[in-house]
Ligand binder design. Sequence first.
Ligand code: ATP
Ligand code: MG
Length: 431
Amino acid sequence: MEQIHAQRGTQDILPADAGRWQTVEAVMRGEAEINGFGEIRTPVFEDTRLFQRSVGETTDVVQKEMYTFEDKGGRSVTLKPEGTAGTVRAYLEHGLSNEPMPVKLYYATPCYRYEKAQAGRLREFHQFGAEMFGAALPVADAGLIAFAHSLFERLRVKNLVLKINSIGCPACRAEFTKALRAYFTARRDRLCETCLSRLDRNPMRILDCKNPECAEVAKGAPSILNYLCPDCRAHFGQVRENLDAVGIRYEVDPTMVRGLDYYTRTVFEFVSGDLGAQSTVCGGGRYDGLVEQMGGKPTPALGFALGIERLLMIMAAQKVEFPAPQTCGLYVASVGGAAQKEAFRMAHKLRGCGVAAACDEVGRSLNAQMKYAGKIHARFTLVLGDDELASGKGTVKNMKTGEKTKVDLKADLEGQFAAISSEAEDGDLTF
Ligand code: ATP
Ligand code: MG
């Protein structure tokens, strides 16, 4: 029979790697709570129009990358390419806008984009994201950036560059768009098809084009920073002052616009040299117009999203150490049918007390059971045979040190085992 393989651009996360995922997710959840964010979980698929309206018709995501299909009821649905749109929809749908501001939400979610799959660029990937509604002050921008920054610090990721920029508000962007259109029109013969179509509708998108020739042309384009209105200029200045106040270093990158249409004012990215071509691990910014655009009342808002696969790639390249996975605490080996049942009974009882206990489930000889216990890195073993059953006495062996401790099989085994294993406690690595 033909074997079916995983889809291009998707990844299986096997137990050997799942521990890393659990570690980074636990750090993210912990940091989110410290920063006052509560978790939101939204559906994987949504009405296609949600993304068209929010992410923007002229973006790569909407023009090229969405997983869109008709369901059996004839509705156009799309697998979420990012987390902000669904979060804003849910925020409005459930009246979270009536709660005291700011409303702070985080998520960890799979995302789907039909992309050319390569290292760090998948079709199913995972984002950790945070969104904040109702906070207009520049200190909120700095606070959100500081939150993302703290995730990397906690995870011991090094050498990230934080790039920030302001892309202004619709008022200052109108003049800028005119200047950009003039600049790119004069160089239109060097632009790709997609960018030609953007020239009329949204020339700012050209600045984010991945086509090398377009990127080359974009290098000489006018800078948005020369077009900011006084309010946007002041806002950006204060974001920087707040970052300075907490010692977070950044570079101002006047060409950065980010890939989604909804951003206003502050945009930022954390970039790594350890990622190859896909260098951005986290991106975000302010999107003051989006909530209103989605049918809510005008609401300042901002957020970021961090790609978990790219984060793990950086951590692997930097050889960041992870805590050792939980291994078997006690392997209860057995010889003979009666002992096997007793081993199972003990293992079950110990598991009920939170001990990772195991017993033979495949019919191995005693010798093979002991070898297996070594392979799964069991910390302790206990052998049950006719003698042990008859005498009610057994011996727990520390597999690392070889140290042996007598136990009374008829008495409180959990208590005896707890005493043995707490004495042998080795300092575990934690984040
Ligand atoms: P890029 O410029 O690399 O295409 P983007 O601007 O499309 O990224 P965002 O929409 O800002 O990315 O998503 C936030 C983060 O999600 C990215 O910084 C990245 O870490 C991650 N990400 C985005 N697309 C992918 C993908 N196809 N595969 C893996 N991670 C991704
Ligand atoms: Mg992209």
